[in-house]
Design a protein around this ligand. Structure first.
Ligand code: GCV
Length: 714
C-alpha cells in the first residue's frame, strides 16, 4: 500500500514538473495573475509594499484577498496589511472612513474610483479613493489590470465612473440545468443542490464580474418557468445573492406572466385585475424578505409564445406598470423586453417592436426600463441599430446585447464581439441631431433619464473555461468593460484582455489582437455579407440554411429575410416595400431610402437589389457577394497561420484548444461560403467571378445536412 502511495506521489511530482503541468484550462479567465518577469515583478512589488485599508466588511475582505492574490501571483511575494501609510503602499480610502483625502471623490458616484500617485508625509504612495467600498473594489481591479498588462504604475492619475447604472448579465439558464443558446455546457447554477451547497465557482463568478464592472445578474431564462418564484427557488436565489452582495452584484429574476395562475390558481393574469396586482405585490414582498437588495424583474411577454398582458387586451405598459408597483416600495425595477413579434401580424418583423412600443412612450412607470435588442431582428452577425433607440424619448431604454454567439459561430468560431458592441454604441440615431449616439440614449444623457442600463445575454456555463472557448471569454470581458465605459474601443479592450489572458508580451498581444479585431467582420463575410440576415439553418442557428422555407411562421424562414429571386436579392424596407426605414429619424430614413446612399454593409437589409447592380467598387452585387464570402474564408486561414506562429508563447492546453477550434472554423467558414454561394447562384444564374473556386458540393448536399443534436437549442 505504502509503496503504491509513494509511486503515486512520485508520479504527481513528475507531473508538476513537466511542461504539461503548466498548461492552463482557462478557469482563471483574465484574473490569472501569472508571475511577471523579474523587472516587472520588482516594479509591481515596489508599488505594493503594504496595503492600507480600513473596515472589516465582506467587501473589504474581498478587496484585500484579491490584491493579495494578484500581487502574490504577479510577484511571488505578499503584500502586508498595514495601519499606516509607508513608502510604496497601496492606500485604499473612502471619505466615510474619516480620512481627509487628497483626492476629490465628487462625481465618482457610488461605484467609481480615483487612483492617484501621491506623496504622503514625504513617501510615495498610490491612493485609491472612492465614495464606497464597491468603488474601492472596482478601483482595485483597475490597479490590478495595470499591473497585469505591464502598464506603468507611476504617476497615476485616473478617474473612472460608469455612466450606465445597470450593467447586467442575463442568463438564459433553465431550472433543469440546460441553457438556452448556451454553448459552454450546463448552467453554472446548481439549482438542485442550492441553497445548501454553495460551490466556490459562485465566488469566482462574482470576482470575474466585479473585475469588469458588472453589477447585476438575471439568474434565469426569459422564457421563464413560474417555479422560479416558489419559496424553495427564492431561497436558492437568496443564497446566490448572499455570495454576490460583497462584490456589488445584485440578483434579478425573469418572471412568467401567468405565474399567479400557475402557482396559486388565479383565474386570470390580467394586469388590471386587483387580485393579480395583489398577488404580485405579495410575491415581491416575499422575495424582498429573502433578498433585501433584490434588483427586480425581467419580462419577456407576448413574444414567441410567452403569455403577456396583450392576452387580456392590455398593453405592455399596463403589464410593466403593475409589476413596477409591486417592487417599487422596495426600490426594485422592471425591465420589460421589447423583443416582440406576433405570429398573426403580417407586417415586416423588423417593424413590429417599434410599432408596439413607440405609441407607449411616456406611459411607463418611473421604475420601468424597456430592454431593446441591439437590432430589430435578433442578434445577427450585423444589424443596423434598432429604430427604437432615439424614438422613445420619454422612456428609459436599456440595451440588450447577446454575448453568447447564437448566430456567430457559437463556441467554436473565433468572432470577437467588441467591434459589434462598438459599432452599435457609436451608431448615430440623429434623434436630436447629429451626435445622438445609441450610447447617449442608453446612458440617459440624450434624453435626461436617471434609470439607465445595458444587458448582455451571458455566454457562461459549467465548462471549465466558463465560456466554451478561451476566446469567447473575451466577449464577456468586452461586454463588461464597454458597459462600464461606452467610449472604450474594442481594440483597447482586446489589448487588455489578451495581455491578461495570455501574456503582456507584445509578441503575443499584437497578433492576438490583430486576429480578434477582424474576426467579427470575417464572420459577417462568410455568413451574411452586405446586409443579409437570418439565413441560418432551422432551430440551432448554427450552419447555413438560406433555402429553408418550410417553417410554420413566415418570419422563421430564411427566404423571408433574403427574398432572393432571379432578379436580385434583399428585403425592400423602403417606401416601395415595408417602409421600415421610416422608423428611423429623417436624416437616416432619407439615407436608407436609396441603395446608392445606404451603407453597403447594410444594403440587402434595406433593399432588394438586382444581381447586376453596380457597387461603388465597380463590381456587380453578385461578384461582390462572392468576394465577401471568399474574404471571410481567407481571414480564417490567416487567423490559423497567426495562431500557429504563437505556439512558443502559449501554454499547451489553451494553444491546442484554440488551434483545434480554428480548424473547425476554417472548415465551417468554407461550408457557409459554399452552401450560400451554391444557393444564391441557383437564383442569380451567374458564373462565379474569375479566381473564385467552385463550391465543393451541389445544393442538394448542403440542403440534406442536418444537426438535430446541436447544443443550446432547447
Ligand atoms: C430566449 C431568439 C432566440 C431564442 C430567445 C429569443 C429571445 O429568438 O433564438 O432562443 O429566447 O431570441 O430573445 O427571447
Amino acid at each position: 500500500m505504502l509503496v503504491r502511495l509513494l509511486g503515486w506521489m512520485a508520479a504527481l511530482v513528475a507531473a508538476s514538473l513537466s511542461p504539461l503541468a503548466q498548461a492552463e484550462d482557462g478557469y482563471d479567465l483574465w484574473l490569472r495573475y501569472a508571475r511577471a518577469d523579474d523587472t516587472r515583478s520588482q516594479a509591481i512589488a515596489s508599488h505594493a509594499t503594504a496595503l492600507v485599508t480600513t473596515g472589516n466588511s465582506a467587501t473589504m475582505a474581498a478587496i484585500r484577498a484579491e490584491l493579495q492574490r494578484g500581487v502574490g501571483g504577479l510577484t511571488g511575494g505578499t503584500i502586508a496589511d498595514s495601519q499606516s501609510v509607508q513608502a510604496g503602499a497601496l492606500w485604499l480610502a473612502t471619505p466615510e472612513a474619516g480620512a481627509v483625502l487628497p483626492v476629490k471623490t465628487d462625481g465618482l458616484g457610488q461605484e467609481g474610483y480615483a487612483i492617484r500617485s501621491i506623496t504622503r508625509d514625504g513617501k510615495p504612495v498610490t491612493l485609491l479613493a472612492a465614495n464606497s467600498e464597491f468603488g474601492l473594489l472596482h478601483g482595485a481591479y483597475h490597479w490590478l489590470r495595470l499591473a497585469q498588462t505591464g502598464a506603468s504604475l507611476d504617476a497615476l492619475d485616473i478617474r473612472s465612473a460608469p455612466r450606465i447604472g445597470l450593467r447586467l448579465l442575463n442568463h438564459w439558464d433553465n431550472l433543469d440545468g440546460t441553457v438556452e443558446r448556451g454553448y459552454a455546457g450546463q448552467s453554472i447554477w446548481d439549482w438542485w443542490r442550492l441553497p445548501d451547497w454553495k460551490g466556490p465557482r459562485y465566488t469566482d463568478y462574482a470576482r470575474a464580474n466585479a473585475s469588469i464592472g458588472i453589477n447585476g445578474t438575471v439568474l434565469n431564462n426569459v422564457n421563464a418557468k413560474a417555479d422560479s418564484l416558489t419559496a424553495p427557488y427564492i431561497a436558492k436565489a437568496a443564497a446566490l445573492a448572499d455570495i454576490f452582495r460583497p462584490y456589488g452584484i445584485k440578483v434579478y429574476l425573469s418572471v412568467k406572466w401567468t405565474a399567479p395562475m400557475e402557482l396559486d390558481g388565479l383565474k386570470t393574469a390580467d394586469p388590471l385585475d386587483p387580485q393579480v396586482a395583489a398577488w404580485w405585490k405579495a410575491k415581491a414582498d416575499e422575495i424582498y424578505r429573502a433578498i433585501p437588495d433584490f434588483g427586480g424583474f425581467l419580462v419577456k411577454a407576448n413574444s414567441e409564445g410567452q403569455p403577456g398582458p396583450q392576452d387580456y387586451k392590455r398593453t405592455h405598459a399596463d403589464g410593466a406598470n403593475m409589476l413596477a408597483a409591486a417592487v417599487k416600495p422596495h426600490g426594485g425595477i422592471v425591465m420589460w423586453r421589447a423583443f416582440v413579434y406576433a405570429h398573426d401580424n403580417p407586417d415586416d418583423r423588423a417593424k413590429q417592436a417599434y410599432s408596439d412600443f413607440k405609441p407607449l412612450d411616456g406611459r411607463f412607470a418611473e421604475n420601468v426600463i424597456v430592454q431593446v435588442k441591439n437590432g430589430a431582428i435578433d442578434f445577427q452577425p450585423r444589424e443596423p441599430f434598432h429604430p427604437l433607440f432615439g424614438a422613445m424619448p420619454k422612456t428609459p431604454l436599456m440595451m440588450e446585447f447577446q454575448i453568447t454567439k447564437e448566430y456567430l459561430g457559437q463556441s467554436t468560431h473565433l468572432t470577437y464581439l467588441g467591434p459589434l458592441f462598438e459599432e452599435v454604441l457609436r451608431a448615430d440615431t440623429f434623434a436630436k441631431g447629429k451626435g445622438s449616439t445609441v450610447a447617449k440614449v442608453i446612458d440617459g444623457s440624450l434624453e435626461g433619464h436617471r434609470l439607465t442600463g445595458i444587458a448582455g445575454v451571458a455566454n457562461i456555463g459549467a465548462d471549465r473555461d466558463w465560456s466554451g472557448s478561451i476566446f469567447n471569454q473575451a466577449d464577456w470581458y468586452a461586454f463588461g468593460r464597454m458597459a462600464w465605459d461606452t467610449s472604450l474601443t474594442a481594440d483597447a479592450v482586446a489589448r487588455d484582455w489578451a495581455a491578461m489572458t495570455f501574456s503582456p508580451d507584445p509578441r503575443v498581444v499584437q497578433p492576438v489582437v490583430a486576429m480578434m479585431m477582424g474576426s467579427r467582420e470575417a464572420a459577417v463575410d462568410y455568413m451574411t455579407p452586405l446586409g443579409l440576415a437570418h439565413i441560418m439553418a432551422t432551430g440551432h442557428h448554427y450552419g447555413p440554411g438560406p433555402w429553408v422555407s418550410n417553417l410554420a411562421r413566415p418570419e422563421w424562414n430564411p427566404v423571408y429575410y433574403h427574398k432572393a429571386d432571379a432578379r436580385g436579392v434583399g428585403f425592400d424596407r423602403t417606401r416601395t416595400g415595408s417602409n421600415a426605414v421610416a422608423q428611423y429619424a429623417p436624416p437616416i430614413a432619407k439615407m436608407l431610402s436609396k441603395p446608392e446612399t445606404t451603407p453597403e454593409r447594410d444594403l440587402l437589409w434595406f433593399h432588394h437589389v438586382p444581381w447586376t447592380y453596380k457597387l461603388k467598387s465597380g463590381d456587380t452585387l453578385w461578384d461582390a457577394m462572392v468576394h465577401h464570402y471568399d474574404l471571410g474564408v481567407d481571414y480564417v486561414a490567416q487567423m490559423r497561420a497567426t495562431w500557429d506562429a504563437l505556439r512558443p508563447y502559449i501554454d499547451a492546453e489553451r494553444f491546442a484548444e484554440t488551434q483545434s477550434f480554428l480548424g473547425i472554423q476554417a472548415r465551417e467558414a468554407k461550408w457557409w461560403r459554399d452552401a450560400c454561394i451554391t444557393y444564391f447562384q441557383s437564383k442569380s444564374g451567374l458564373p462565379l467571378p474569375p479566381g473564385s473556386a467552385a463550391p465543393a458540393h451541389d445544393l442538394g448536399y448542403y440542403e440534406a445536412l442536418s444537426f438535430p443534436y446541436a447544443p443550446g437549442h432547447h
